[in-house]
Ligand binder design. Structure first.
Ligand code: CIR
Length: 256
């Protein structure tokens, strides 16, 4: 069960967020704010207390707070973003997490190690760390060392062709993994019950399981139907403006 979520309001500067999809257009700030409000309401409807942090204008991607920390019940790891423009976001997340964890329970990844939270998939009692353009070997090794101290098993897995590991998958609890086609037969995940998303709905592989409900991005009926078919309550949240800068549902919050 999750009790808390932390989100950060989108900044006006999100129009300058990093994107691999400029053809989708520039995010509309007012629409992004409305979508963010709806995201907060959806989290609250799942029974978590949502802490809303103020926007950081100097960091266009700072609403994607997931990338700056990985939170567990008894400890948190501050990350070292691989995107240079995002490194300063971590300090602001640290300040917020001090309200939830004692100082000794907050650990950090140091440069030259890099790690972004989007590359960390917590699947049951196990953690997978994607080695991507944003998360390097040194960052993953350090992270796995911290997890070992905490008695949490983990392993690193290569990620190619997408931004983060969780761009291509989400854990739905109960041993179920929602995956894009390329991960369906990926050996590290063969022990899970894999539910493949339709190819044209690959974006919606990034969903949020929250206390028995699954948040699904609006506009992906195949994924919605698949998740509902598994018996979950589904809440749709429109993320069109965040998608324009490569953001999905998980990146908008820290959940613990
Ligand atoms: C970035 O490239 O860093 C942002 N524009 C998108 C971050 C998305 N984060 C995530 O999926 N965890």
């Amino acid at each position: 069960m999750f009790r808390n979520a932390v989100v950060r309001r989108p900044a006006r500067s999100l129009v300058s967020g990093i994107t691999s999809s400029p053809h989708l257009g520039v995010p509309d700030y007012e629409t992004a704010l409305r979508q963010h409000d709806a995201y907060i309401r959806a989290l609250e409807a799942c029974g978590v207390a949502v802490t809303v942090l103020e926007a950081l204008e100097e960091y266009p991607d700072s609403c994607f707070v997931e990338d700056t920390a990985v939170c567990f019940g008894n400890g948190a790891v501050l990350t070292s973003p691989g995107a240079p423009s995002r490194r300063g976001e971590v300090e602001a997340t640290e300040a917020a997490l001090r309200d939830f964890y004692p100082p000794e329970a907050i650990r950090r990844i140091e440069a030259p190690g890099t790690l972004e939270g989007g590359d960390v998939l917590v699947a049951g009692g196990e953690v997978f760390v994607g080695l991507s353009d944003r998360t390097n070997q040194a960052g993953a090794v350090r992270f796995l060392d911290i997890l070992r101290d905490w008695g949490i098993p983990g392993q690193a897995v290569p990620v190619v062709g997408i931004l983060h590991l969780k761009t291509g998958m989400s854990y739905l609890e109960d041993g179920r993994l929602l995956v894009t086609e390329e991960f369906e037969e990926y050996p590290p995940f063969r022990s899970f019950d894999r539910i493949r998303v339709p190819e044209r709905e690959a974006y919606a592989a990034n969903c949020v399981w929250m206390n028995g409900t699954v948040l699904v991005p609006a506009g992906y009926p195949g994924v919605r139907a698949a998740v509902e078919g598994l018996g979950y309550r589904v809440l749709e949240v429109d993320t069109s403006e965040f998608r324009k800068i490569d953001g999905g549902l998980t990146c908008l919050s820290l959940r613990f």
